[in-house]
Ligand binder design. Sequence first.
Ligand code: ZN
Length: 677
Amino acid sequence: MTENPFFETWTTPFGLPPFDSIRTEHFPPAFDRAMAEHNAEIAAITGSATAPTFANTIEALERSGRLLERVSRVFSNLDSSNNNDALQAIARDYAPKLAQHQMQIALDEGLFGRIAALYERREMLGLARDQLRLLERYHLRFVRSGAMLSSGQRARMAAIAERLAVLHTLFGQNVLHDERDWRLVLDEPDLDGLPDFARAAAAQAAEERGVAGRWVITLARSSVEPFLTFSARRDLRRSLWEAWTARGAHEGPRDNVPLIHEIITLRAEQARLLGYNNFADYRLDDSMAKTSDAVERLLLQVWGPAKAKAGAELAKLENVARDQGLNEPIEPWDWRYYAEKVRQAEYDLDEAEVKPYFVLDNMVEAAFDTARHLFGLTFTERSDLPAYHPDVRVWEVRDNAGSHVGLFLHDNFARPGKRSGAWSSRYRDQETLDGAVAPIVVNNNNFAKGEPTLLSFDDALTLFHEFGHGLHSLLSRVRYRSQSGTAVRRDFVEFPSQIFEHWMAAPETLRRYARHYATGKPIAEKLLRRLLAARTFNQGFATVEYTGSALLDLDLHCEPSPETLDLARFERDFLVRTGMPREVGLRHRPAHFQHLFAGSGYAAGYYAYLWAEVLEADGYAAFTETGNVFDPELAARLKAIYRAGDTQDPMELYRAFRGRDPTIDALLKQRELTVLP
Ligand SMILES: [Zn+2]
């Protein structure tokens, strides 16, 4: 195999992958060689006749697997945002091989022996703080993978990990299939109630799917949400809702229900092998929250007030619905529609009136400007650097002194072959172990493309959210790549992203950047005030939707006997036990809950957003208390958190920024859960 770009040194500027010469068929041989190389590097470490030192073991591990990382990063990013059947086939083929490869290293006795020997003497090695933490985390990671188990148990751990990797991949592909497969094709009379932007997006979707001249609603969130909010056609809203919440739950070869069963059973077995009662206990032992009790306590503190608030909101929806002639109870496919009517009546706020002020390019500009203000970063477009799709824009990031910080790729539009949702990822992590390596970061969104592209207020928040993750990767200033940027505990990683959303909603930002796409006029003060007042509207609903999903996640992963779990009954019992309001419904039903089952990253970890919101609400209050949301001294202390990556304990980092422990008060106030409407 010649001419495989993964086997050559990249001469592209700033180490950007040479996308135009990477082809699908390059991946399998690149993966094969990369795994072999990695194995040889590990064998060199374990086979060394020299006694273990931090340099010949831990730093050698940091230097190992470089080719594998390069191939995996390009592959997983393209598989997420620009995939095709061939790429998906490789994903299915290599997911178990890669899992097996990682597991083999994680269970390598010789390697663990060296790490354990260092760990025993860790206080006597004269290590710097970041090195000590790195050593402790390597040790913990091996222990948690089963390094201290018997060889029979270790083999079982490896088999479980391998099987889980397959199941996770299938789960995600099944959801994508259902989203791709389903479409609601509309004719003119079916558009009743839809504002122009939603019609335009539906027309564009129709054109992309070869039904030009008609309108198509898909199961992408950016297509579903506006339709449920605006469509006056209750029958169509119902069809859409039912299709949306049935994703992954169609009997046949693509049914996710049996996969879930197998996944939670294997996870429970994994946890028991390591001495935990259930998967949640295992997962949370390595988190900022520490225990499932602490998580449940937080969720329940919010659950009661959220349900009460949603109940009060429902009463208002029922009034409006009755006035409009609905003689039946409110159903989950009605909530967004009547909520929009209440919003218009109470705040005189029409989303269609707001949207023309949220031009994608202006909001991107606003995000960059906030990063400049707070952290001294500047962004310059590099259209000379080609990415993997014409829609992707490439920016060079520099600091105050003009030094190169990294590259930022912005991939904002929904398209076939891109998974739904929004996420931040990297092609390369920052580190300084063998000289400075600058990060290459990508942010993905799924906005409906338009001329120009207009965002909802929530879309704009999402844009800022992912950009906050992006900054966490870009601002990172650490020695070791395993501690770089977002490599922090799962329930801390959303803090830098969520707190950043506040600057999008700051009046200072909106006055400058919320400008009408046609006239360029800034948003009127009156409309701005109404818009900000309306932010706490429907928070009972939103909090119930989210907290319900987090409770479901925790329950599923605390399940004492997943082997015999009947998922349909579990779901019914869950709704009764928690008192989930029927009219809200389950937004994330297990069969398409990708956070939990398309990978294990957020399994027993969906609560992390709320955990982080406690910190983020409390943290942003520090800025508003000073009266200056760009207070330079506070911004410098906040920047220290983005820079630190995983070199320090998150609670210590937070205290250094805030000067005290966080409290839940700002969160309840932020969501107005203390005041009933
Ligand atoms: Zn996030």
